[in-house]
Design a protein around this ligand. Structure first.
Ligand code: PAF
Length: 329
């Protein structure tokens, strides 16, 4: 072979290799890191998986979700900051830390505001909840849907709580949420705001006596290992929010944006279905692990004890807003 032919053949091979590597790269799915606080086999995991499946299918696998469950990327505050910084593409979080970023969200954290699960779903899926999602934009976040955790209940290691008086002096971990802090202070407890990843250790060490979360969380986190008493107070409805980073969302085509929105709705629905299923058997499961469960709670007594906090809530969010929620069918 002449030198010219050898050079020509070598150039052709290089060109083919470069072209095929380029095509392979072009076909690589784009990674979507998704972070959340609970285990994969929780309502958060169910929501994340349904979101991933829906987006991956709708975009012909142009995206691949990589899940970071169990607070692997930090607490919920860090996850939300990660969205703003663009270090994580998607998260599923409670409203716990959210109102520090989007203050209007705090209204849904008001105790005894929602009558029952259907009422909460109607509000969040209706105009009010959808308008609330749009408020995230001004705070550097793109919220796409409201999923669910269930109603929060109170657990502790000291005593069976049957009435607000029993809360006196109990150190209860609450989320870093001003509405929840006010509520537990009004009830006479000592609310201790703390990020979720620290809670199990703090309960083990006895630096706090109790915590409050839905039974979906109690089961997922096996809180029976660190808690003796559970009271089904249903004191506040806990949604979960499916949120993406503005930098990531802004880089998508319109069709891809639609895929993420539809996917988030599928994730929200999956979390609700998961919670519906867990709630049917959770109390029996929790009791089977030796936790004493107070089921016959007189909610009206807790509602009355918390009433003084409503003045503060009305000042903060506006009585009209509170009425808009309570008057929703
Ligand atoms: O209590 C909380 O902080 C939240 O409900 C949890 C458990 C992290 C789930 O979002």
């Amino acid at each position: 072979m002449t030198t010219f032919r050898r050079t020509f053949v070598a150039s052709c091979i290089t060109a083919v290799l470069v072209a095929s590597t380029g095509a392979a790269l072009a076909q690589q799915p784009r990674e979507v890191k998704i972070g959340y606080a609970l285990a994969v086999n929780s309502h958060y995991g169910a929501g994340a998986q349904a979101w991933a499946d829906s987006v991956e299918k709708a975009t012909n696998n142009a995206f691949k979700f990589k899940q970071f469950p169990s607070s692997a990327l930090g607490g919920e505050r860090e996850l939300i900051e990660g969205l703003q910084l663009g270090t994580v593409e998607a998260v599923i979080v409670s409203t716990g830390a959210l109102s520090n970023f989007v203050p209007d969200v705090g209204v849904v954290d008001i105790p005894f505001l929602f009558r029952d699960t259907q009422h909460a779903r109607n509000v969040l899926d209706g105009q009010f909840g959808q308008d609330l999602l749009t408020k995230f934009k001004t705070r550097g976040l793109i919220a796409l849907a409201w999923g669910e955790q269930g109603f929060r209940h109170l657990s502790n290691n000291k005593r069976a709580v049957t009435k607000p008086d029993d809360l006196k002096g109990l150190k209860i971990r609450v989320t870093e949420n001003p509405v929840h802090i006010t509520a537990f202070r009004t009830l006479g407890a000592s609310p201790t705001p703390m990020s979720w990843p620290e809670v199990i250790g703090a309960l083990q060490q006895g630096t706090i006596d109790g915590q409050e979360n839905p039974v979906s969380v109690f089961v997922s986190a096996k809180l029976w290992q660190v808690q003796k008493h559970l009271t089904l107070t249903s004191h506040v409805y806990a949604p979960m929010a499916l949120i993406v980073s503005p930098a990531f969302f802004g880089s998508l085509t319109d069709a891809q944006k639609t895929a993420f929105i539809q996917g988030a709705k599928a994730g929200a629905l999956a979390s609700r279905q998961f919670v519906d299923a867990v709630e049917k058997k959770a109390v029996d499961e929790i009791k089977s692990h030796g936790v004493q469960v107070v089921t016959n709670v007189d909610k009206a007594v807790f509602q009355a004890a918390i009433a003084p906090a409503y003045k503060q809530y009305a000042t903060k969010f506006g009585q009209k807003t509170l009425d808009q929620i309570t008057q929703t069918k």
